[in-house]
Design a protein around this ligand. Structure first.
Ligand SMILES: [Zn+2]
Length: 160
């Protein structure tokens, strides 16, 4: 979009609303990410959402532009680092110490909840606290990550 070259677009005084991780869903390749709406350059996985009183809507920009536009060189970086750390924890989850179950599956306790992944009809299935999930997964790792996301989302909503 290249907002920087449009007349009337402010170059400072923006407010950071949120930072989101586009890799929440698996499988995005480089090139599938967005470009920074302000400078058009960066391929951004972490999208900083900025607002301004004289701009309609939300600008989706990279960390560098977020810092410049908000004139805050601390918080956009911190927020992005938090998301990076969260993503790293998620990626490590399938590699943690899962215990074998009697039925040939694997089980682990995360945030007080027992997650079990087991083959059923040739596909992987998730159980959380003995409640069977509705989805089938081709890959064990995929099922593990889905279980992890489910628990994180519930936790974020304060439901568990
Ligand atoms: Zn940019």
């Amino acid at each position: 979009m290249g907002l920087y070259k449009l007349p009337g677009i402010p170059h400072r005084g923006w407010t950071l609303h949120d930072v989101i991780d586009l890799h929440d869903d698996e499988g995005l390749e480089y090139g599938d990410y967005e470009d920074c709406q302000f400078c058009d350059h960066e391929q951004i996985r972490y999208v900083h959402l900025l607002g301004h009183s004289s701009y309609d809507g939300v600008a989706r920009v990279g960390c560098i532009c977020a810092c410049k536009l908000t004139e805050d060189y601390v918080n956009p970086k911190l927020r992005e680092r938090e998301l990076r750390n969260r993503s790293a924890r998620r990626q490590r989850f399938p590699d943690r110490k899962w215990k074998p179950t009697r039925h040939g599956g694997k089980s682990i306790t995360v945030d007080g909840h027992r997650v079990t992944i087991s083959l059923k009809g040739g596909k992987y299935r998730i159980w959380i606290d003995s409640v069977e999930g509705k989805l089938y997964f081709d890959a064990e790792r995929q099922a593990m990550l889905r279980a992890y996301d489910y628990i994180q989302k519930k936790k974020a909503k304060g439901r568990i």
